[in-house]
Ligand binder design. Sequence first.
Ligand SMILES: NC(=O)C1=CN([C@@H]2O[C@H](COP(=O)(O)OP(=O)(O)OC[C@H]3O[C@@H](n4cnc5c(N)ncnc54)[C@H](OP(=O)(O)O)[C@@H]3O)[C@@H](O)[C@H]2O)C=CC1
Ligand SMILES: O=C(O)[C@@H]1CCC=N1
Length: 259
Amino acid sequence: MYKLGFIGMGNMASAIQEGFINSGYIKADEICGFDLSEIATEKAKARGVTPLSDGHEVIRNAEIIFMAVKPQVVEKVVAPLKEDLKGKALVSMVLGYDFAKYETMLDPSTRHLTFMPNTPIAVGEGMILLEDQQTLTDDEYDFIKKAFESAGSVEVLPSHLMGVGGALSGCAPAYIYMVIEALADGAVAQGLPRASAYKLASQTVLGSGKMQLASGLHPGILKDNVTSPAGSTIKGVKALEDGGLRAAFINAIEKSMGK
Ligand SMILES: NC(=O)C1=CN([C@@H]2O[C@H](COP(=O)(O)OP(=O)(O)OC[C@H]3O[C@@H](n4cnc5c(N)ncnc54)[C@H](OP(=O)(O)O)[C@@H]3O)[C@@H](O)[C@H]2O)C=CC1
Ligand SMILES: O=C(O)[C@@H]1CCC=N1
């Protein structure tokens, strides 16, 4: 068991903390952290995480340090902590900061791993990508991988695929929530109460994803199984094609990669 320390405890770090604590794999009192925001600090405290007064203190009190600030500030945050991080393990979820980039920022004695989580880790259904290039000890790697597996599914990817992987599983929860909201809006427009509409939409997304994973079938086959000849679904499929649904999602992944 390692003590975990978070630098930044915003949306993503909070989801990870909740996922770890809810899974029972890590106890809240094994986690400390620092955040500039008072609101984020109060929320962390409410889930049993120990708030500390700065990054130096987090590194002193933890064995594996999670870097969870925004990409725009990460270099400014890491530079003054470089000495403290000597001989420690750093795991980073900062989009765009891969193994090679950290090699230029950290002392050679700092072991590190870049990973890309997503917010559903909070409810035990995360998708967590681990970069295949990393320098954690075997024990640290095993511990952190098991922690992620306690709250989701883990996939190891080569460095050059972390960006596109992150654009899909890291960003797409937002797109799926838009899908849920839009499906519900459609049903509300036809008279279904709002609460039922969200429940029906979310359970349908959950069930469809679960079925694809369980069956391993091509999504097109699963779609075809729903579309009866001359039935209702094929009319909806046509409406989505008219609306450019596929192109919109393909473009969204490209845009998420900063292209
Ligand atoms: N949100 C997501 O779904 C995902 C996010 N990520 C990555 O996670 C990281 C965090 O994103 P997210 O949680 O969404 O962002 P948030 O803005 O919610 O959280 C970042 C937190 O860091 C705080 N902060 C800023 N500077 C410091 C500092 N010097 N020391 C300590 N805390 C600081 C911020 O405070 P303040 O607001 O006051 O500046 C804020 O509370 C990003 O690098 C992102 O790429 C990766 C995958 C998915
Ligand atoms: O929007 C972002 O930049 C972060 C990274 C992946 C998901 N959210």
